[in-house]
Write a protein that binds this ligand. Structure first.
Ligand code: BES
Ligand code: ZN
Length: 883
């Protein structure tokens, strides 16, 4: 390996900073290639640090112009300076000021960290370690300061100048320049710093907080796109209201600005008072955004807003505590979406994401605890584990403590740690103090990687009218953690009778709301007065992020499909039957298993589809191929999985066809269009019905009928959900001929030629086709004028979709998929290492593949690892993936 081994940062080596910064006064002169930054820092020794220690400021690719201490220029011998570090060996031991001038080139900044330009707009991204690319600083979250920012720019180029906090001054300057001054009274870590300068349009709204303060809200977007920002603004207002009502949290500045930029590594960023978004998560119109785009926009706007309390007012002591803000804030945004939309549907979607991303991560070489103990590159730890499993931990805490104690714990956390940089221990202590519960064992959820398995068996004693559930838990080994302790697993459960009736039963040791807390390696639970052999409904609402195995036969599961009172478990039961059918298919000529599932779904659709179309759409969606691969667990052949899934889909489609055709007619798109959850649910069901109908054997349904339906839906669509739904069917469904597919693809390309975000959908669809021609098509699309390796959204849409969303073609048996993605990773790494490293995580399942593919994937990984001068981001991922 030629990459020098980067330094490992360890939680156990945390030490408070030797110096603190109380105030930061910035003066920034924006220029496309030579931006000047003057930072005046008010420093003092930290009483908790080492007395007399040198002052070591972080930098990254910086060029120092001048340096003064208490206003006097520093002499050559008084400091040492490099692009990544500024050291003053003997700083004063009383409060002092440092004035640092640096010069940076925003146009040359292709990493999109620090200050850069996106489509001519100056913007910043500082989390986690981007502020050090603007000025030398103690760039760590436990150094919290009050900031003022003066921004100066050419007025024509950047008429809008935004900073953190409140606007306090602005004015004209000679030579066509102007300035604005922003003052943020709340102490914050440097990663929350932001500025924006550009020629932007905006939509605005006034908001009055619960205590009657007026706040000016604004969403700033590319000129001409203002009308597409209305939904985001509306979501912001609803988020602010919700946080007041549900968590008692009020906003704390006079303005709240959101800016959409087109080049952004992540989804969005919670900078204090100035959230910066990937425009994909702001811009939406009926014609350009799908229902799921609207839902994501709402969730991300909420997420970043909620950080104002969980992240900004209370921040993280160090980056090991990342889940303190991210897990908690994901939990909060999930609760918001559940209240705004349908709780059951939201929960199912959250679990689908958790299983697809976090369970996969947790079972591969990149598995790590929700609070990692070490890292080499922090950017690589913004993971599904930290986010999604982190949110599940908060949800379990709420389930175990109950609503009231959970709320008391949150309130205590907000009051005790306001304006502090806190830890997971601080957080859990608040809940212990508020509830009186010992959370020592619970804290293991933060420490142990891997998805716990829970095996359950049920035993009925008819004479004693007694039913016993035996539980056993275990967590598999993960990198660096061979042996695991039992964790506390809240299992929400109920007993269902053979015909769905209540069979009674009381159990000791069950918490009042039907939750069993499994804390030992094995345990059992006995129900008395059970009148008939029950069917256990376990892990209702997916009350813990575990894999459950329970040997219920298909008939019992299908009873749950029809009768469970818990929506999540009804869906889960159908998924379980489907998974079983795909991993252990019926023997040729015997389709009893698939017939039984189809019959249960048909009955369900007949009675309930119209009442809850969103839920019905989820019931009809088969588990994704990645989930089946995980179920198989070793020697995976993605082609075989795809074939099994396609076969079951066709079988279900053919049985359900008459019902689906009727439903589709009944659900005819309501006009005018509205993105609300109810209307979205109808469109979702209509789309999956079309997809199934177009999958039928032409002997069952004439192919030209499926084609006519698809073409009509595409041509008559007045919204993107319907149009993309039809295009998706045209491109994937076996029942659609090439002529229609080509016509619709070409129409879509022309119709949206000026709409990069829409063309991303067009790229992604084509990259995910499970056919051997796809790789060549992706390579051809890279030459499309709308494609660019410089824009993260384009890269994710085309190359990312191929690598992450097309299991058969990425995992081609000849290794060409791996080779292609490896080359793209290497190319991207020289421009944007963060983006390259994310793409590389597509290889995280390589070890469970069958030997032929495994060898080819390993070769591709080794090819990457052998490259000289890899970024720390890519080197870290490739080394851990191969380890
Ligand atoms: N703080 C993050 C943004 C971020 C992520 C900055 C990684 C630096 C590195 C932000 O709050 C966030 O979590 N954004 C998510 C979306 C969210 C809804 C989960 C994102 O960008 O994907
Ligand atoms: Zn976040």
């Amino acid at each position: 390996m030629r990459t020098e081994t980067p330094q490992t940062i360890r939680l156990s080596e945390y030490r408070p900073s030797d110096y603190l910064i109380d105030r930061v006064d910035l003066d920034i002169h924006l220029d496309p290639t030579a931006t000047r930054v003057r930072a005046m820092l008010a420093l003092r020794p930290n009483p908790a640090g080492t007395p007399g220690a040198p002052l070591v400021l972080d930098g990254d690719e910086l060029q120092l112009e001048s340096l003064a201490l208490d206003g006097k220029p520093l002499m050559q011998g008084d400091y040492t300076c490099a692009p990544d570090k500024l050291t003053i060996a003997q700083p004063p031991q009383d409060p002092f000021s440092l004035t640092i001038e640096t010069r940076i080139d925003p146009t040359a900044n292709t990493k999109l960290m620090g200050l850069y330009r996106s489509n001519g707009v100056y913007c910043t991204q500082c989390e986690a370690e981007g502020f050090r690319r603007i000025t030398y600083f103690l760039d760590r979250p436990d150094v919290m300061a009050v900031y003022t920012t003066r921004i100066e720019a050419n007025r024509a180029e950047a008429p809008v100048l935004l900073g953190n906090g409140n606007p306090v001054a602005s004015g004209e300057l000679p030579g066509g320049r102007h300035f604005a001054v922003w003052d943020d009274p709340h102490p914050k870590p440097s990663y929350l710093f932001a500025l924006v300068g550009g020629d932007l349009g905006s939509v605005t709204r006034a908001f009055v907080t619960m205590s009657g303060r007026k706040v000016d809200l604004a969403v700033h977007v590319e000129r001409g796109k203002e009308s597409r920002a209305d939904y985001a603004l509306d979501a912001l207002e609803r988020s602010m209201r919700w946080d007041e009502k549900v968590f008692g949290r009020e906003y704390d500045l006079d303005v709240f600005n959101i800016v959409a930029v087109s080049d952004f590594n992540m989804g969005a960023m919670e900078n204090k008072g100035l959230n910066i978004f990937n425009d994909k998560y702001v811009l939406a119109s009926q014609e350009t955004a799908t229902d799921s785009d609207f839902a994501h926009i709402e969730a991300i706007i909420a997420h970043e807003y909620f950080h104002n309390w969980t992240g900004n007012r209370i921040t993280c002591r160090d980056w090991f505590q990342l889940c303190l803000k991210e897990g908690l804030t994901v939990f909060r945004d999930q609760e918001f979406s559940s209240d705004e939309r349908s709780r059951g549907v939201e929960r199912i979607n959250a679990v689908r994401t958790l299983r697809a991303r976090q369970f996969t991560e947790d079972s591969g070489p990149l598995a790590h605890p929700v609070r990692p103990r070490e890292y080499r590159e922090i950017n690589n730890f913004y993971t599904a584990t930290v986010y999604e499993k982190g949110a599940e931990i908060i949800r379990m805490l709420k389930t175990l403590l109950g609503e009231a104690a959970f709320k008391a714990g949150m309130d205590l956390y907000f009051s005790r740690h306001d304006n502090q940089a806190a830890t997971i221990e601080d957080f859990l202590t608040c809940f212990r103090d508020a509830s009186g519960r010992d959370l020592t064992q619970f804290a293991l959820w933060y420490e142990q990687a891997g998805t716990p398995r829970v095996a359950v068996s049920g035993h009925y004693d008819a004479d004693a009218r007694r039913y016993r559930l035996d539980f056993a838990q275990s967590t598999p080994p993960t990198p660096g953690q061979a042996v695991k302790q039992p964790v506390v697993i809240p299992i929400a459960l109920g007993l269902v009778g053979p015909n769905g009736e209540d069979v009674g039963g009381e159990a000791q040791g069950l918490e009042t709301d039907g939750v069993f807390a499994l804390s030992r390696a094995s345990d059992s639970l006995t129900f008395e007065n059970v009148s008939a052999p029950p069917i256990p409904s376990l892990l209702r609402g997916f009350s813990a992020p575990v894999r459950l195995s329970l040997d219920l036969d298909d008939a019992a599961l299908l009873t749950l499909v029809r009768h469970d009172s818990d929506a999540f478990n009804r869906w889960q039961a159908a998924q379980s039957v489907a998974t079983r059918l795909m991993t252990r298919p019926d023997r040729p000529g015997d389709s009893r298993g698939a017939d039984a599932l189809a019959k249960a779904l048909d009955g369900f659709l007949a009675e309930e589809a119209e009442g809850d179309p969103a839920f019905a759409a989820l019931m009809l969606a088969l588990p994704p191929e990645t989930e089946i691969a995980q179920e198989i667990g070793a020697d995976v052949d993605p082609d075989a999985i795809h074939a099994a899934r396609t076969a079951l889909k066709i079988h279900l489609a053919e049985t359900l066809a008459p019902r689906l055709a009727t439903l589709r007619a009944q659900l005819a798109s309501s006009r005018p269009y509205s993105p609300d959850a109810g209307s979205a649910g109808r469109r979702a069901l209509r789309n999956i019905a079309l997809d199934l109908l177009a999958s039928c054997d032409p002997a069952i349904r004439p192919a030209d009928e499926a084609e006519a339906m698809t073409a009509a839906q595409y041509d008559e669509a007045d919204n993107m959900t319907d149009r993309l739904g039809a295009l998706n069917v045209a491109i994937h469904a076996p029942g659609i001929g090439e002529a229609l597919r080509d016509r619709l693809l070409a129409d879509f390309r022309t119709r949206f030629t000026e709409e990069p975000l829409v063309l991303d959908k067009w790229f992604a669809l084509q990259a995910s086709v499970a056919e051997p021609g796809t790789l060549a098509r992706v390579q051809e699309l890279m030459r499309d004028t709308a494609f660019s390796l410089n824009n993260p959204n384009r890269v994710r849409a085309l190359i990312g979709a191929f690598a992450m969303n097309n299991p058969t073609q990425f995992n081609r048996a000849d290794g060409a998929g791996y080779h292609f993605v490896a080359e793209q990773v290497l190319t991207l790494d020289t421009r944007n290492p963060q983006l390259a490293a994310r793409l590389l995580t597509a290889f995280n399942t390589w070890r469970v593949l069958e030997p032929g593919r495994r060898a080819k994937a390993r070769a591709a990984l080794e090819h990457i690892a052998a490259r000289d001068g890899l970024s720390r981001d890519v080197a870290d991922i490739v080394q851990r993936t191969l380890a």
